[in-house]
Ligand binder design. Sequence first.
Ligand SMILES: *Cc1c(COP(=O)(O)O)cnc(C)c1O
Length: 346
Amino acid sequence: MKNLDQLVRPNIWRLTPYSCARDEFKGRDAHVFLDANENPYNAPLNRYPDPLQEDLKRELEQVKGVPSAYTFLGNGSDEAIDLIYRVFCQPCKDNVVAISPTYGMYQVCAHINDVEYRPVLLDDGFQLNADRLLAATDERTKVIWICSPNNPTGNAMQRSEIERVLTCFEGIVVVDEAYSDFNQLRPFRFDLPSYPNLIVLNTFSKAWASAAIRLGIAYASPQIVTLLNKVKYPYNVNLLTQRQASEMLRSLPKLNQWLSTIRTEREHLLPAVAELSHCRKVYPTDANFFLARFDNADQLYHYLVERGIIVRNRSRVALCEGCLRITVGTPQENCELLAALRQYKA
Ligand SMILES: *Cc1c(COP(=O)(O)O)cnc(C)c1O
């Protein structure tokens, strides 16, 4: 890996971040707070929340097994994605490389930040080839984006290929593991000590069943976490979100029950869809959704909409021609979907 000061934008490297009232005073035993121009009434919502979410990070450390010094929390993973551009990529100068097809936000944030985005197609089995990704980089490539399990294809990328990218690339490698709780593979967040250039994204939006609260995690070296914290809005994760997240962290039995139901449903749903006469292929998945190719995906998509069932039409995405992306729902929802698919006549 290059030295961090060669990878970070010079203005960010030099930046003196905003210092808020809650940063300056850190003691625990004060009881009269007259430092932040808050209204003294309406507790607890009258107070600014902890800008570094330290209580929540300690609870997260217990569940996820990563020290809190390696943890950044944001307003969804989407905030972390945008911050990675703002910390590392100089507009109109630097570029990033990403697998393709993949999650759309990497490209949208590149365009917002005026950073060149270089997509590299996966192979026919939706696997990434480290050599092809590395061949797309040059001396101005700051970040490589990898999503595993990948959205919209559903499959996990081969660990050995990701490790090759991490070892051979001199810049930052992001591994987005939004869906890692839906499989038994070893997550990359445990490999941070081996790779100082690794950033792993996790989210409360999928397995943690909390998309509404907007909470995303970026795991990285303490040096990178400090940079992300310097650039974020001071109070980027609000109090209600911090509280609800700790509530979920204390609800592990319920969450594990939901995950196990989703896995069982996935095992029933995939073969049932594969058997339909108008389904050409169901792709294997390591996530809570799967990609399936149909004879007439556009028409089938609109037929399902007519019946009040919404799936994601990916039929115009590279390598996903004719494909719909389907999320595993409750047993009742999956039954309704299958009944509709069986009644469909092309
Ligand atoms: C759904 C999803 C996310 C979640 O983003 P949030 O902003 O945390 O809701 C992140 N990455 C991928 C690949 C996803 O599919």
